[in-house]
Write a protein that binds this ligand. Structure first.
Ligand code: HEC
Length: 152
């Protein structure tokens, strides 16, 4: 009798554990399934006009983590840039994983500039119309440093 109870308990436990994990999206999906529309031509060819100095990277970090409005990037893209922010994991499509070179190397500076300025319609990615140009370009540098990648 005892053994039956043990077997039933183990079966229930395994079922519970598999349910608990079934709903979680693949955390650091790489390459990412990316269906984002292309930026208009006037943006897509743009190159980041700023050099990635230490001071600019610090400003980028402050914007990304603390000050940018309406919502700081880390809530979706995560403090490590891998898309695992608390809202990023619930988004459909998932927030971009900036640490994934395979995906990020296909995204130009100008495409990122356009996405940050205007947001991406039909996704959780919000627009940041209040940012100055130089702030957006600093964010493009900051986002790239997570994976040490570039689109060249
Ligand atoms: C509320 C969640 C959310 C916030 C906040 C957010 N993003 Fe995103 N972001 C997303 C999602 C979701 C995607 C993926 C959209 C898609 O797959 O088309 C994305 C995509 C991107 C992309 C990739 C665009 C492309 O063409 O693939 C960049 C770059 C980006 N975000 C930068 C930022 C920056 C910088 C900030 C902060 C200033 C920010 N995001 C804030 C959710 C967010």
């Amino acid at each position: 009798m005892k053994i039956t109870v043990i077997i039933i308990s183990i079966t229930i436990w395994i079922f519970g554990v598999s349910l608990a994990f079934a709903d979680k999206p693949d955390k650091a999906q790489c390459p990412q399934n990316r269906t984002t529309p292309d930026a208009p031509e006037k943006y897509s060819g743009l190159k980041n006009p700023l050099e990635a100095t230490k001071k600019r990277m610090e400003k980028g970090e402050l914007l990304y983590m603390d000050t940018v409005q309406p919502m700081q990037c880390l809530h979706c893209h995560g403090a490590r840039g891998d898309g695992t922010g608390e809202l990023g994991l619930q988004a459909d499509p998932l927030a971009r994983n900036f640490t994934c070179a395979e995906t990020m190397n296909t995204i130009s500076d100008g495409q990122m500039y356009w996405a940050i300025k205007n947001g991406i319609e039909g996704t959780a990615m919000p627009a940041y119309p209040n940012l100055a140009d130089w702030q957006i370009w600093i964010l493009v540098h900051y986002v790239r440093q997570f994976g040490n990648n570039s689109a060249d």
